[in-house]
Design a protein around this ligand. Sequence first.
Ligand code: FES
Length: 160
Amino acid sequence: MTEDISKVDQIIETYGLEQKGLIPVLLDIQTEYHYLPPEAIQHVSERMNIPMIQVYQVASFYKVFSLEPRGKHIITVCMGTACHVRGSTMLVDQISRVLHVEPGETTKDMQFTLEEVNCLGACALGPVMVIDGKYYGKMTVNKIEKTLSKYTETEVVANE
Ligand code: FES
């Protein structure tokens, strides 16, 4: 996929061309495109005069950055022990049914990426699901469709 990277120059200009601006620049690019497109990385490298390998090293070191295209909304379901025993696997199954996406994948319309993690640090609220940083505790299969509907204009309906 070739991205329109016209906003990258604007982002670079916000922070200047010095190397210390690299992480803020990458963070803004990540926010804008939901990942770091290769074209954007190359452009940052050229404009800021930082070797491409160094930009990739920073991009791969921090978990906040993704080198793969991701959805507009990130759904994270906790699969840690406390959440697992309270049914987080069923939540993932229901999300997969509703959005037609498996953990680690992004929907074809690029709206949602589904991820699993081991603990979100809110075990007492398990099972926990997080969408774009908002925590949904004591989540149930029955609440999934309604919760996802808040993030999309089109109606989400599970296949029976
Ligand atoms: S195990 Fe799910 S938040 Fe800790």
